[in-house]
Design a protein. Structure first.
Length: 464
C-alpha cells in the first residue's frame, strides 16, 4: 500500500513539474515578441559637432534630428581608443583595448570573444542578427549573422552596378530594407550597420577626391562657406613639439586641407557623406513604420571615433584631443515615457558602454569581463553615481603616430606620450564649456596639484 502511495505521489510531482515547465516555455515564447528590436548605426570618423543637435548650423540631417528630438542625446560621448579596428572591437565587447587585444587591422576577435560580444549573446538569446558594412576587426565572421553584408578593409564609395555607378551608402540602405523585409514580428532582431561614411578615401595623392560623396548631393552646401576652427591657426601648430609637427596627422592635413579652396571642398564632401547617411536613416524609419516595427525598435546612433578638421594643423584622428575622441550619441527608444523624450544627458558615455547597454535593453546579463556600464538607468532618468573621468589609450604601432595615454575629467585633460615622458606636464589642458575656448593648453605654470592629481588618476584608471 505504501509503495502504491509513493508511486502516485511521484507521478503527481512529475506531472506538476512537466506542467510548470510547459507554462514557462509558453510564457517565454509569448514574451519573445515583446523583447525590443535593436538597430545599431555606427558612422565612421564622425565627430560630435557635425549634427544640428550638437550645434552645427550647416549640416542637414533631418532624420537624425528626428531621432534626437524624440530620443535622448548624450552631450559627452567619447571613444576610449580613436582608431577604427580597436574602437569597433571595444564597441562589440564592452572592453578596453588592453583587455580585448585588438591593436591592429589584421587581428580579429576570437570565437570566444565573438560569443561574448553583444551580437554573439543576442544570437544565443534568439535574436535574428544582421550586419551591414565595414566590419573593421580583421575578417568578418562567416557564421555569426543571419544576414551578412559585411566587408573587410575600407571598401570603395563608388561601385559599378549594372553598368551604373552607385554610392556605397545608398547600397547599404537597400540592404537595410532587405533585412527588415525579411524580419518577422515573432522574432526580435538586431541590425548593426557600420557605414564607411564619413571616412576619407585614403590616399596621399593631392589630385584625389578625399571624400567621394553621392553625386546626387553635389549641389548641397555649394553656397556655404565652412568656418575654419580657431585652433587651425598657425600659432597652435607652431607650439607643438617636433614629433607632432612631423606626425601622420600633419601629413594627412597636407593632402586634405592644404589650402583654403581645398579645405572648403574637403569639408563640404565630408558633410555630404554625413547627409548621405541621414538619407538612409530616413529610409529605415519609413520601413519600420510600414512593417509595424516602429513602436518596438530601439535605434542607437553613434560614431567609432572623431576627426580633425584642421585643428592644430591636423587631419585624421588617433591623438586625445576632443576633435579626435568625442562623437555623437543619440538613443531613441519608443518605449520610454514621454517625459524622457527629447532630453539630454551630461554624463560621460563611452564606446565601451555600448555593448552592456544593448544587452540590458534585450534583458540579458552583462558578462563580468565587460568594463563599460549600461546607459539604461540614465535613459530611464535615474539619478545614479556615474563616472567623472575616463582613461584613454592609443598604442597602435606606426612610425608617425605617437602612442598616447590620457585621462579626461570634467575639468582637465592630461595627455601622456610614453615615448616622450618629459613632455607630459606641458600637455595638461583646461577644458572650457565654451566651444570657442575649448582645449587651451596649460604649461609649467599649472598648479602642481592639478598635474599630480591627473597623473595619479591616469595610473589608477590604467591599472583598473
Amino acid at each position: 500500500m505504501c509503495t502504491t502511495r509513493r508511486l502516485r505521489l511521484l507521478l503527481l510531482v512529475g506531472f506538476l513539474t512537466l506542467k510548470c515547465a510547459l507554462l514557462l516555455v509558453g510564457r517565454s515564447e509569448a514574451a519573445q515578441p515583446n523583447r525590443p528590436n535593436i538597430i545599431f548605426l555606427l558612422t565612421d570618423d564622425q565627430r560630435w559637432d557635425t549634427l544640428p543637435c550638437y550645434g552645427n548650423s550647416i549640416v542637414q540631417t533631418p532624420s537624425i534630428e528626428k531621432l534626437a528630438s524624440q530620443g535622448i542625446v548624450f552631450n559627452n560621448m567619447f571613444v576610449t581608443t580613436s582608431i577604427c579596428a580597436s574602437s569597433r572591437a571595444s564597441i562589440f565587447t564592452g572592453q578596453y583595448v588592453r583587455r580585448h587585444g585588438i591593436w591592429n587591422f589584421r587581428t580579429g576577435l576570437t570565437q570566444q570573444q565573438l560569443a561574448r560580444s553583444y551580437p554573439g549573446l543576442l544570437k544565443e538569446a534568439g535574436y535574428r542578427l544582421g550586419f551591414i558594412g565595414k566590419w573593421g576587426v580583421g575578417q568578418p565572421p562567416k557564421d555569426l549573422f543571419d544576414y551578412n553584408k559585411g566587408f573587410a578593409g575600407q571598401g570603395k564609395y563608388l561601385i559599378e552596378m549594372e553598368g551604373k555607378p552607385r554610392h556605397l551608402t545608398s547600397i547599404m540602405g537597400d540592404q537595410a530594407l532587405e533585412f527588415l523585409n525579411g524580419s518577422s514580428p515573432d522574432t526580435p532582431f538586431c541590425l548593426s550597420i557600420s557605414f564607411k561614411a564619413a571616412h576619407v578615401q585614403d590616399s596621399y595623392d593631392l589630385r584625389n577626391d578625399p571624400f567621394p560623396f553621392d553625386p546626387a548631393l553635389k549641389d548641397l552646401y555649394s553656397e556655404v562657406t565652412i568656418p575654419v576652427p580657431k585652433t587651425a591657426g598657425s600659432r597652435y601648430y607652431e607650439r607643438l613639439p617636433a614629433f607632432l609637427k612631423n606626425s601622420e596627422n600633419r601629413m594627412r592635413w597636407a593632402v586634405r586641407f592644404w589650402g583654403p579652396a581645398r579645405y572648403q571642398d574637403s569639408v563640404k564632401g565630408y558633410y555630404r557623406l554625413i547627409t548621405g547617411v541621414d538619407i538612409v536613416v530616413g529610409r529605415i524609419l519609413r520601413r519600420l513604420e510600414e512593417k509595424g516595427f516602429a513602436q518596438n525598435t530601439i535605434i542607437i546612433f553613434t560614431g567609432d571615433n572623431g576627426f580633425y578638421l584642421g585643428e592644430y594643423g591636423f587631419a585624421g584622428k588617433w591623438l586625445p584631443h576632443e576633435a579626435s575622441i568625442r562623437v555623437p550619441l543619440i538613443i531613441y527608444d519608443p518605449r520610454l515615457p514621454e517625459l524622457q523624450r527629447g532630453s539630454r544627458r551630461d554624463e560621460m558615455a563611452l564606446s565601451i558602454d555600448m555593448a552592456p547597454t544593448v544587452l540590458e535593453m534585450a534583458g540579458l546579463d552583462i558578462p563580468k569581463r565587460v568594463q563599460g556600464r549600461s546607459l539604461v538607468p540614465l535613459l530611464q532618468g535615474q539619478k545614479i553615481r556615474w563616472r567623472t573621468e575616463f582613461f584613454y589609450e592609443h598604442l597602435f604601432e606606426h612610425p608617425r603616430i605617437p602612442p598616447t595615454e590620457a585621462v579626461r575629467t570634467e575639468r582637465w585633460k592630461y595627455i601622456r606620450y610614453p615615448y616622450f615622458p618629459y613632455l607630459s606636464r606641458s600637455f595638461v589642458r583646461r577644458l572650457h564649456h565654451s566651444a570657442a575656448r575649448s582645449g587651451s593648453y596649460l604649461g609649467l605654470g599649472l598648479g602642481i596639484w592639478a598635474f599630480t592629481d591627473c597623473r595619479q588618476s591616469l595610473r589608477r584608471l590604467r591599472s583598473s
